[in-house]
Ligand binder design. Structure first.
Ligand code: CAA
Length: 389
């Protein structure tokens, strides 16, 4: 099995930076790669800032310092030479299959033969990326959640040709990456299907959100009022801005192509994407982020449009599809991954005695929205999923 010492992260945005930081904290040598000096400089500065914060809080073991860790952090805008000593590469560039394949091709041509090449894609086919290489057994998915240092889940994903040995090496590596909020949870994803486990289960909630965003605008409600309907660690519009409207838009386009036309981006998301209002990263999305993360004011009142019973039924149905398609074999893995990836209770355990009721809710939602994707799947209707612990 490959011994991992050197990690190269290609794509020094928010996700890549988080991945680089936790790998550095675990004692790996890292190189952050991007296409412009300003991007890698910013990423390096953010990692440095995070490490200094941890040092100031006394989080490092005896003799370790932020400067000591940073000595193992390199930056580069020359991907071909940066990967020449890599044991593992994690690609975290934008969600564009052509760009990802180009990255995989360059990495494959220049990295040592033993090197694993992983993608941090949120949705896209690992197997398709592998076709750009001559090492499909060493191409896998490693999907992290934002912010990487604080979210416990990492999905390790089989492409059609990934070998067990390389998946096991990646799981071993992932397990060493610290999380500031508890133990890492590694979810093994058995099939390369759009969205894997966590994003797949939450993906169709976005069809419902598209419906709600449009309705809120038509009825003159504010995003703050809409966010006051939901709550949670980050309410709907804050989380959308935080994840990035571009990431959501590209994800929806991909699901539209691979799962159902019902996923087509709604009017609001498409408009924000086209206007470049991408959320936290551009300073403006649903909210203005210039003064930091927005906190919806409770005094603004509620829109009274978002009904929690629908996302719960939608996620249960999608969890059953995840099991039907063999992406995971246990509903407990689905629930645990959701909690570790999004700090959100999974939809399955609370519904073990409740399939019939949720089938009714889904049928009601099909009536309300006209979206056939919400129709209950066979496994949910049969209630046989409850035995798949
Ligand atoms: N380095 C060092 N310290 C860091 C750090 C870093 N990189 N990042 C954060 N910290 C520290 C902060 O300084 C803070 O320290 P203090 O408590 O001393 O002030 C501490 O960690 C906690 O940080 P926050 O104050 O930001 O944390 P919070 O309590 O507000 O919780 C959260 C933040 C955990 C992210 C919470 O809001 C949450 O659970 N949100 C949901 C996020 C989510 O759903 N993510 C998944 C999105 S989907 C995705 O990512 C998948 C995809 O494919 C797109």
């Amino acid at each position: 099995m490959v011994e991992i010492k050197n990690l190269v992260v290609v794509g020094a945005g928010q996700m890549g930076t988080g991945i680089g930081q936790v790998a550095l904290m675990a004692g790996f040598n890292i190189t952050m790669v991007d296409i412009k000096d300003e991007y890698v400089d910013k990423s390096y500065a953010n990692i440095d800032e995070g490490m200094k914060k941890l040092e100031a809080k006394g989080k490092f073991s005896e003799g370790k310092t932020a400067a000591g860790y940073m000595a193992n952090c390199k930056k580069s805008i020359d991907m071909a030479s940066a990967v020449k000593d890599a044991d593992i590469i994690i690609e975290a560039v934008i969600e564009d299959m052509n760009i990802k394949k180009q990255v995989f091709k360059t990495c494959d041509e220049n990295a040592p033969a033993h090197c694993i090449i992983a993608s941090n894609t949120s949705t896209m086919s690992i197997s398709e990326m592998a076709t750009a290489t001559n090492r499909p057994d060493k191409v896998i998915g490693m999907h992290f959640f934002n912010p990487v240092p604080l979210m416990r889940c990492i999905e390790v994903i089989y492409g059609d040709k990934s070998s067990d040995e390389n998946i096991d090496a990646a799981i071993g590596f992932a397990g060493k990456l610290p999380c500031l909020r508890g133990d890492r949870y590694i979810a093994k994803v058995l099939k390369d299907r759009p969205g894997f486990i966590v994003n797949r289960i939450t993906a169709p909630v976005q069809i419902y959100q598209n419906y709600i965003f449009d309705k809120a605008e038509a009825e003159g409600k504010t995003w703050e009022q809409l966010d006051n309907d939901s709550g949670g660690p980050m309410p709907t519009c804050v989380l959308a801005d935080y994840v990035g409207i571009d990431t959501i838009y590209h994800g929806l386009k991909y699901y539209e192509k691979t799962l159902s036309p019902d996923f087509a981006p709604g009017k609001i998301i498409a408009r924000m994407f086209n206007e470049g209002k991408l959320g936290a990263k551009t300073g403006q999305g649903f909210y203005d982020w210039s003064k930091g993360r927005p906190k919806p004011d409770k005094k603004a009142g509620k829109a009274r449009l978002f009904k929690l019973k629908y996302p719960i039924a939608i996620m249960l149905n999608e969890g059953c599809r995840v099991l039907e398609e063999g992406i995971a074999t246990s509903w407990k893995v689905c629930d645990d991954a959701l909690m570790a990836g999004m700090n959100m209770p999974g939809p399955m355990a609370p519904n073990v005695n409740n399939s019939a009721k949720q089938v009714e809710v889904l049928n009601e939602l099909v009536e309300l929205t006209g979206k056939k994707y919400f129709e209950p799947c066979e496994l949910l209707k049969s209630a046989k999923w409850v035995d798949m612990k």
